[in-house]
Design a protein around this ligand. Structure first.
Ligand SMILES: [Mg+2]
Length: 389
């Protein structure tokens, strides 16, 4: 990226010029994405509570909520909640069956819009992307982010929350705090103060288990991590993540795998049309999910350090196993092997009382690392790009 247009000092003995402005990242997160896609096509829904998911009562529904408008979320409805429970909590809601091809089409239009503002757009999921704004002033970064937000709203009818910072992880956390519809700029000198009061769970990569370990150590907020004794923190979360957490809490995020602000986990799941009590069928499904997930990760350049499997039993109770791998792995083979092992273990030891039957199975990976050997390109993400298969 070209630097700012400023004449270089003529004499060599002048004081050093001020440091170049930092490179800014705008982290764009579309609000209630599926709901927003439906509302833009049906303006009469603008002020109605909306849930995207298989409508309850339409035959034997076994599905879950995919997305809910913010007024519905205020009633305690969240994504992945069984539709029957969501319908009880939000009886007024308008239900809309999901239209995934539409959401993919709209996501491509979003990416095209973002690329007008920067050639460096990295989609991280169907409704999130990191936009590299380059080395510009903080004021300019705020202006460009506001323009992005306005363009998404006026041209595509989509509300977005945007976080702006000089590291992706801080930009992502800022976008979370800006939801819904906000814009939050965190300059480098304000990072530590911005993060200090936040719960540790606000950090990408800190899931429920890591949060529990941090809580047990007495660390509830990001600010408390800044002064955490290195050894104690390392014992709680491992030495490399401990280093990242301390650096981040002190306002100096390092661009390492967990804190890259990318997805901290990926998963694939399947809800069966009828509960499955045949372990062979269950294990085949686990194998297929693991294969698909492993291949998808491979295509987009991610490696993984932990594998998990979860069953939702017929009575809705949930059991899961997660195993951290001895070394970071890539591709479907290690994932299939490990997921198969965990699934057998769950079937043998994790079942609810009564005859075992599984309603939903999911396979997940955590501790994602960017693969270094291969440059990830837009073609890996953009459906319209050249195939990389
Ligand atoms: Mg979103």
């Amino acid at each position: 990226m070209p630097g700012p247009s400023r004449s270089p000092p003529a004499a060599t003995l002048l004081p050093l010029p001020p440091r170049d402005p930092a490179g800014w990242i705008a982290y764009v997160d579309l609000d209630a994405y599926y709901v927003s896609c439906e509302r833009r096509d049906r303006p009469e829904l603008a002020d109605r509570p909306v849930i995207v998911g298989p409508p309850p009562g339409a035959g034997p529904t076994r599905g879950v909520v995919l997305s809910a408008s913010y007024d519905v979320r205020a009633l305690g409805v969240h994504s992945a909640m069984p539709v029957a429970e969501a319908a009880r909590r939000a009886p007024e809601a308008v239900w809309i069956p999901p239209d995934f091809p539409k959401y993919e089409r709209v996501a491509e239009a979003v990416r095209a819009c973002l690329r007008r503002f920067s050639p460096h757009v990295e989609p991280l999921s169907i409704d999130e992307a990191a936009v590299d704004l380059g080395a510009i002033s903080a004021d300019r970064a705020r202006t460009v982010a506001a323009e992005i937000q306005a363009a998404l709203r006026s041209e595509l009818g989509l509300p977005a929350s945007i976080g702006v910072a000089t590291s992706r992880v801080v930009a992502k956390i800022a976008s979370d705090r800006a939801k819904p519809g906000g814009l939050r700029v965190v300059p480098p000198e304000e990072v530590a103060a911005f993060l200090a009061p936040l719960p540790v769970r606000a950090i990408p990569g800190v899931g429920p288990k890591t949060e529990a370990r941090l809580t047990a150590g007495g660390w509830l907020t990001v600010g408390q991590l800044a002064s955490a004794p290195e050894g104690a923190l390392a014992r709680a979360v491992g030495p490399s993540f401990a280093r990242e957490l301390r650096a981040l809490a002190r306002g100096h995020p390092v661009a390492t795998p967990h804190s890259s602000g990318g997805p901290s986990s990926r998963s694939a799941d399947r809800t069966f049309p009828t509960d499955v009590d045949d372990p062979a069928e269950l294990f085949r499904t686990v194998d297929r999910l693991a294969t698909e997930l492993g291949e998808a990760l491979d295509r987009s350049g991610w490696r993984y350090g932990a594998v998990g499997v979860a069953f939702r039993w017929a009575d809705f109770s949930r059991a899961s196993r997660l195993r951290t791998l001895p070394a970071v792995a890539e591709g479907p083979h290690a994932l299939c092997r490990e997921a198969g092992r965990l699934a057998r273990d769950l079937w043998e030891h994790g079942r609810a009382p009564g005859p075992p039957a599984v309603r939903t199975v999911s396979v997940r990976v955590e501790r994602l690392h960017r693969r270094a050997q291969r440059q990830v390109s837009l073609a890996d993400f953009a459906p319209a790009g050249p195939s990389v298969k």
